[in-house]
Design a protein around this ligand. Structure first.
Ligand SMILES: Cc1cc2nc3c(=O)[nH]c(=O)nc-3n(C[C@H](O)[C@H](O)[C@H](O)COP(=O)(O)OP(=O)(O)OC[C@H]3O[C@@H](n4cnc5c(N)ncnc54)[C@H](O)[C@@H]3O)c2cc1C
Length: 405
């Protein structure tokens, strides 16, 4: 692993940093239109879809360049672009598995956020065991009719389109009867109901489909091959923006240390307490481990290889780290950690201020649960690591039922 940046990389970073200094929004992005406008600005600067092929409107950039931009965005605490699932998951899936006509029809509008996307995989009884999904797509000659329910659909309420997994053949083994489709969310057969989360916001939705229409031309890959396509998607979700994440954690960490200097307990600053310093030191050491984990993934990508099942190591590691980090933040901040409005300026988090309550420690603590669930829970990542990285025996159905045989 080469941990040095080349002179070209350093120049590229400088350019991105200067652009951000000049272009960062001067005020909070309150509406979807505000976020779309910011997204558009990033796109025009070449900072959206950087790794996508040039012929489909992407930048054809190296993984290192993508990591540098993500890192600089995190460093500047820039608001997130919109259409994250479209850019991160749906677009790459269409690039790998779509027809030329699908690429021409959808990719550019994903990049420009003209059309927003969601991911319609999980169901009430099919999360970790995704292959048990029941939503069905029935062949009606010139189209498919989709009926069933999806849940935990991030961004479902604002999405124009959804990447859908549905069962097309209930008579074969469960992994074999699934097909991948593109579903128009703006049709009468699709009803979207937002769910209120523990954080108070409603980014997730339930999606009910009743004879929803999917054109034959919107089938991705072959009939019955949706499972293999879903695997590509999930590995995109798990590889991710690891280096940028470390930079964000670093900024949050510095805020926490500042807070430990300011908050006084028993008449002296918290930072004077040896236990507090020890715990902060430990988290810093763990954060360094995350940095090297991120660089390892980046090295694999730079070599033109795919991290595959090894991306589960990074995902498990950062998401569990985030929980420990936010638990320590709550311990240090005490009651200040629970304030959602009106906290003293120096005890605020100020991370991703674009989305209201995301700027509070309380929100960051509650949200830190999410990473250990989405894109495969921690237990599932451990299974993947055990079976596919370490080559241990496969989990049996009896194991899943708690060891009963
Ligand atoms: C922030 C967030 C965003 C999400 N966004 C989307 C989205 O946009 N689209 C979408 O389709 N889904 C989305 N999801 C859903 C997510 O993919 C599922 O929540 C996840 O796969 C877990 O499924 P589940 O909730 O049904 O839990 P379950 O699968 O019911 O799991 C419950 C518990 O049992 C454990 N468990 C289950 N199976 C095993 C096993 N074999 N061995 C050991 N332990 C096991 C799990 O680890 C977990 O602790 C999102 C979830 C979150 C938290």
């Amino acid at each position: 692993m080469d941990l040095n940046y080349t002179p070209e990389d350093a120049a590229f970073r400088k350019h991105a940093r200067t652009w951000l200094e000049q272009s960062l929004p001067r005020r909070e992005l309150r509406t979807l239109d505000d976020r779309r406008a910011w997204h558009r600005k990033l796109y025009e600067a070449g900072y959206i879809g950087m790794g996508w092929p040039k012929e489909y409107g992407g930048g054809g950039a190296r993984p290192m360049e993508q990591a540098i931009v993500a890192d600089e965005l995190a460093r500047a605490n820039a608001p997130a672009a919109t259409n994250g699932l479209g850019i991160g998951i749906v677009g790459p899936t269409i690039i790998v598995h779509g027809t030329e006509a699908q690429k021409q029809r959808y990719l550019k509008k994903i990049l420009t956020a003209e059309e927003l996307w969601c991911q319609l995989y999980s169901e009430p009884n099919a999360g970790s065991d995704l292959a048990s999904l029941r939503a069905s797509a029935e062949d009606r000659g010139d189209h498919f009719a989709v009926t069933g329910q999806k849940i935990w659909t991030s961004g479902g309420a604002i999405a124009d389109w959804g990447l859908l997994l549905a069962r097309t053949d209930p008579t074969v083994a469960k992994h074999k009867g699934i097909t991948c489709f593109l579903l128009d969310m703006r049709q009468p057969g699709v009803e979207v109901r937002p769910l209120k989360q523990i954080t108070g916001s409603s980014e997730f939705c339930e999606v009910f489909m009743t004879n929803a229409r999917v054109e034959k031309s919107d089938q991705i890959g072959k009939l019955g091959e949706g499972w293999a396509i879903a695997q590509t998607t999930l590995s995109y979700e798990r590889g991710g923006r690891s280096l940028a994440r470390v930079t964000s954690y670093g900024a949050q960490y510095r805020r926490l240390v500042e807070a430990a200097h300011r908050i006084r307990r028993h008449g002296r600053p918290l930072i004077d307490d040896a236990i507090v310093r020890q715990k902060l030191g430990r988290i810093w050491a763990e954060l360094e481990v995350e940095r090297y984990n991120a660089l390892r993934v980046l090295t694999i990508l730079e070599r033109g290889e795919h991290p595959g099942a090894a991306s589960s190591l990074t995902k498990l590691s950062y998401s569990e780290f985030e929980k420990r980090f936010m638990e320590l933040a709550q311990e240090i901040l005490g009651p200040y950690g629970q304030i959602t409005e009106g906290a003293p300026e120096e005890l605020k988090l100020e991370i991703d201020t674009a989305v209201g309550d995301h700027g509070t420690w309380a929100h960051a603590f509650l949200w830190s649960r999410a990473g250990t669930i989405y894109a495969g829970s921690s237990e599932i990542q451990k299974n993947v690591i055990g079976e596919r990285v370490l080559g241990l025996p496969k989990e049996t159905r009896a194991d899943r039922l708690g060891g009963r045989r």
